[in-house]
Design a protein around this ligand. Structure first.
Ligand SMILES: Cc1cc2nc3c(=O)[nH]c(=O)nc-3n(C[C@H](O)[C@H](O)[C@H](O)COP(=O)(O)OP(=O)(O)OC[C@H]3O[C@@H](n4cnc5c(N)ncnc54)[C@H](O)[C@@H]3O)c2cc1C
Length: 557
């Protein structure tokens, strides 16, 4: 007869990844890769404690000759056989949310360079993929960031004459000329296809990602499921519990987006605002209210609030989609930056800022460094140029250092519109058909509902809304809950919230998970030996008491 009790026992996964974005995919792929590529140099390895810990278990690039030494240490447990599942709140596929946002904002190229990707094989994997698919034409050169090796002639000229603000010798020069090939933006189509290729290579496509929204995580012995009182994670989702030995949290910005409510005085904090939307919650752009008015031949006006790239993308897209006029408010001066983080954080190897970050003594210092490097929102030069073009054609009004202080919903003959007041006041500001907030998401671990149990049962320090993880990106030494992406910024650095942190986070987590399962195997072996010794003793006792046979003590177990 089949053993029905066995069939009903819930399955315990080796690894549950919460969040199937690029960082989650990078972890899953790295766990399945037997020969990962180098992402650190031997010099970095010598200097930084967390790298030192892994001895020879990671491949390193030699600074002197550029050669890569592969990890040769045989391991007791290989992570590529682990049973991995991923849970994502919005999609049942990898990078679903990423793809949706890019499609919604009609973004053709990423902001980041070619070596920011999710593949564990090689730091040039995305570049290699572009060439192998004959898709080099989808790469867009990033201007004004490459060229550290200034010629002797240029150096002399710099000394002898004053250069104008836009001349080449005044351009920001942090990146070495020989790395020029990396400083291209991949197209979204190329990046997305590469992610799909990575998922397929590691057999992560079929049914690995499940559309389930996580509501609670707890870590304890689970009666009837834990063997030998092994503590397990119970990950409760909107579809029920999932059990796991280790959990990886890769939930991106994590918190819900919030619209600054202070300007909407006539509305209570819980009341929904008509014709207002946060950029991360857009379903169709422009909204159907605006579309209907456009189809009826009405003049339409949209207000976009925010100082980052998304706000620029929305302003540009609204104009391209036919909105008559866009007003764009920023509370700070406009910041023009090629990337989200300063260029000095971005080099492939021997990244100086990253080295300072790793060597900082306190999390407070690290938090300040991350904040200083990221600043507020910024716009890359390419989009700044687009905005200037729209301004010159009279389609866009851009007001910097201007705040929205009051918004009143008024009903006109042509339908509901927003009457706004700003600080400083702007003369002749019109009524708006729609307001978009591209104001980002404030990450705060203390406000995440699904981490409340963990925060109560296994409390850790928090700093600036971020958890103070171990160097292995673990919640606590004895709690194998790993965190990557923005929530791990205090360990990954300023590029942590971006693709720049994906591979570094994946590397640390994969090594730590490997170590965890090796440790479990060792413990299992020890308890197995103790159990066998106990059994020998029992057989001897039974013989002495006249119940058992003397020879049964000699049987090998
Ligand atoms: C429009 C746009 C363009 C960008 N362009 C770039 C770029 O070019 N280069 C770059 O480096 N960065 C870019 N970024 C930043 C980008 O968000 C990150 O680089 C990247 O998405 C980080 O990946 P992630 O996996 O950490 O987070 P995400 O991509 O946000 O993925 C997190 C996932 O977790 C899921 N999740 C959240 N909560 C739960 C829950 N409770 N239960 C289950 N699942 C949950 C979400 O559904 C989501 O799928 C861009 C961001 C935006 C919005």
């Amino acid at each position: 007869m089949p053993d029905t009790s066995r069939q009903t026992l819930p399955h315990v996964h080796d690894v549950v990844i919460i969040g199937a974005g690029p960082c989650g995919l990078a972890v899953a792929a790295r766990l399945r890769e037997k020969a990962p590529g180098a992402i650190f140099t031997d010099e970095e390895h010598r200097r930084h404690r967390f790298l030192h810990r892994y001895g020879q278990s990671m491949p390193l690039k030699q600074v002197r000759n550029g050669r890569v030494t592969c990890c040769g240490r045989p391991t007791a447990s290989d992570t590529h056989d682990l049973d991995i599942t991923a849970l994502d709140a919005t999609h049942d596929d990898w990078c679903g949310r990423w793809n949706k946002l890019f499609k919604c904002y009609n973004i053709e190229h990423l902001r980041s360079p070619m070596f920011w990707h999710v593949s564990p094989v090689d730091r040039d994997a995305l570049l290699g993929y572009a060439y192998s698919q004959n898709r080099e034409n989808e790469l867009l050169e990033i201007h004004h960031c490459v060229g550290k090796e200034v010629s002797k002639h240029m150096r002399k000229r710099t000394r002898t004459q004053k250069c104008s603000a836009h001349s080449a010798c005044n351009a920001r020069v942090e990146i070495n000329e020989r790395d020029r090939i990396d400083y291209f933006n991949p197209s979204q189509a190329l990046f997305s296809d590469h992610c799909r290729a990575v998922a397929s290579r590691y057999h992560l496509c079929d049914d690995v990602v499940k559309k389930e929204s996580v509501q609670d995580i707890s870590f304890d012995v689970v009666q009837g499921i834990s063997v030998n009182d092994e503590p397990l994670f119970t990950v409760t989702t909107d579809r029920g519990p999932q059990y796991a030995r280790t959990v990886v949290l890769s939930v991106g910005p994590a918190n819900q987006p919030s619209i600054p409510r202070h300007a909407f005085k006539a509305f209570s904090a819980t009341e929904s605002l008509p014709q207002v939307c946060h950029s991360t919650q857009i379903e169709t752009f422009p909204d159907t209210v605006v579309r209907t008015r456009m189809t009826n031949g009405q003049r339409t006006k949209v207000l976009v609030i925010g100082g980052g790239l998304t706000s620029a993308q929305l302003s540009d897209l609204a104009i391209r989609k036919g909105v008559t006029k866009v007003w764009h408010l920023m509370r700070s001066p406009i910041a023009i930056k090629t990337f989200d983080v300063e260029l000095s954080w971005m080099s492939k190897y021997r990244n100086l800022e990253q080295a300072y970050f790793y060597s900082a003594d306190t999390d407070e210092e690290r938090l300040q460094m991350v904040r200083a490097a990221r600043g507020g929102g910024s716009i890359p030069p390419r989009y700044h140029k687009k905005l200037k073009d729209h301004i010159s054609r009279g389609r866009l009004e851009l007001r910097t250092e201007t705040k929205l202080v009051n918004a009143q919903f008024v009903t006109t003959e042509a339908g509901g519109r927003w009457k706004v007041e700003t600080e400083p006041a702007v003369e002749g500001i019109p009524l708006f058909d729609f307001i978009y907030f591209a104001t980002g998401i404030e990450t705060d671990v203390a406000a995440l509902p699904y981490l409340q149990t963990m925060r109560e049962t296994h409390p850790i320090d928090e700093m600036g809304g971020l958890p103070c993880l171990t160097e292995q990106l673990k919640w606590k030494d004895d709690v194998p809950l790993f965190v990557t992406g923005r929530l791990a910024s205090l360990r990954l650095g300023a590029a942590g919230p971006n693709l720049g942190g994906a591979r570094t986070g994946a590397e640390r987590i994969a090594l730590a998970i490997q170590e965890h399962f090796e440790e479990c195997k060792r413990e299992d072996k020890i308890s197995g030996d103790i159990a066998a010794a106990d059994k020998d003793e029992n057989e001897w006792e039974r013989f002495v008491l006249g119940h058992g046979s003397k020879y049964s003590c000699l049987v090998e177990h």
